[in-house]
Design a binder for this molecule. Structure first.
Ligand SMILES: NC(=O)c1ccc[n+]([C@@H]2O[C@H](COP(=O)([O-])OP(=O)(O)OC[C@H]3O[C@@H](n4cnc5c(N)ncnc54)[C@H](OP(=O)(O)O)[C@@H]3O)[C@@H](O)[C@H]2O)c1
Length: 321
């Protein structure tokens, strides 16, 4: 204790006046930088979730081109994005396995918003060969935005060894590989135009490594890291890369046909997510999910969140039976 008192006396003496002032300036600059960064993040969130849904401060996606390309767009979140982008005036190229389901979305977009739709049936689990076909289908389009949405999981509460290795392969093909290959297809033209938008759909499970959903949660942190690094590489070249990490959305993936208090409606989710583009590089898509992510990350922490997510997973399984 005496040692520390002596040290404090020396530091407060006139001899150390200059160092004290330097330390004070560095400390103040650091605190200011911290506060400004927080304020900047908050202002982005405020614009994204309170102003942009009313059209204020939102970017005009039509200025980036006339087409949107959405993978996994025949239902769920992908359909939500496709409908919202059409509502905002873009033509839409939609992809999934089922032509029939895609044609229903096509019909909906044409009748509601009178936009051009290109239906591209494709199975992303078939590997590299499908991308040549996709290239042929989209090469003539002036693409404003690519939404890498297609994705799948491994089911609930299964240990790694209980999952068919082919299903793990499929998760990687859909959640990661399709995102990389689709980005390869659209990026060169976007760079030529010096503008373009790429949105990658991850999941709130990328907050933590999630036991019993190990490959799925790992694939979603892959999406986040890929998006963040890609944004850093191409930001100065006019490309916006956004990662969206949703919480629960009422879709076939989680076995829900209708929105509930804990899972939002996919069309409403598509609308609020599109509003955040250009305002947030990493978003949760809607305010409800931002609050959920904040609770998991900042209030509960990793261990408690994982337990809650697993208990919730069991409850959800029973709920959706
Ligand atoms: N729902 C949630 O709560 C939630 C939460 C976090 C993250 N996410 C992520 O959001 C994205 C979309 O999920 P979602 O809930 O909307 O899923 P979904 O309702 O199951 O829809 C998936 C879409 O992908 C298509 N698809 C599935 N397998 C395909 C394949 N092999 N090749 C081509 N298309 C295929 C499906 O259409 P076809 O059957 O016609 O192929 C459908 O259009 C995923 O990346 C998911 O991980 C969802």
């Amino acid at each position: 204790m005496e040692y520390w008192n002596q040290a404090a006396d020396v530091f407060m003496s006139d001899r150390f006046c200059l160092y004290r002032n330097i330390a004070a300036v560095i400390g103040t600059a650091y605190v200011l930088r911290f506060l400004l960064k927080k304020l900047w993040a908050l202002s982005g969130g405020f614009c994204a979730y309170f102003l942009a849904p009313w059209g204020i401060s939102r970017i005009n996606i039509k200025k980036y081109g006339s087409w949107a390309v959405v993978t996994g767009a025949s239902e769920g979140i992908g359909r939500g994005y496709a409908l919202e982008l059409a509502r905002q005036g873009l033509n839409v190229a939609i992809m999934s396995r089922s032509r029939e389901k895609l044609e229903k979305v096509e019909e909906e977009i044409r009748s509601k918003y009178n936009r051009d739709v290109r239906v591209i049936p494709v199975d992303f689990s078939e590997g590299q060969s499908v991308y040549d076909d996709i290239q042929a289908e989209i090469s003539d389009l002036d693409i404003a935005i690519l939404v890498n949405n297609v994705g799948t999981g491994t089911g609930n509460d299964l240990f790694f060894g209980q999952v068919d290795p082919l299903q793990h392969r499929k998760v990687i093909e859909l959640n990661c590989q399709s995102m990389i290959q689709m980005t390869h297809l659209v990026l060169p033209k976007m760079l030529e135009k010096k503008k373009g938008i790429i949105v990658n759909i991850a999941s709130v499970v990328n907050l933590f490594p999630l036991p019993l959903s190990n490959v799925y949660s790992a694939s979603k942190i892959f999406v986040l890291y890929f998006s963040t690094a890609l944004q850093t590489e191409y930001k100065s070249k006019g490309i916006i890369v956004q990662c969206n990490s949703p919480g629960y959305v009422a879709t076939q993936l989680i076995g829900l046909k209708k929105a509930t208090w804990w899972a939002v409606d996919p069309v409403a989710y598509g609308r609020s997510s599109v509003a955040t583009i250009g305002l947030q590089h990493h978003t949760n898509g809607c305010l409800y999910h931002v609050i959920q992510a904040f609770i998991y990350k900042s209030l509960l922490g990793q261990k408690t969140s994982i337990i809650i997510m697993q208990v919730w997973g069991k409850f959800k399984q029973n709920w959706t039976k």
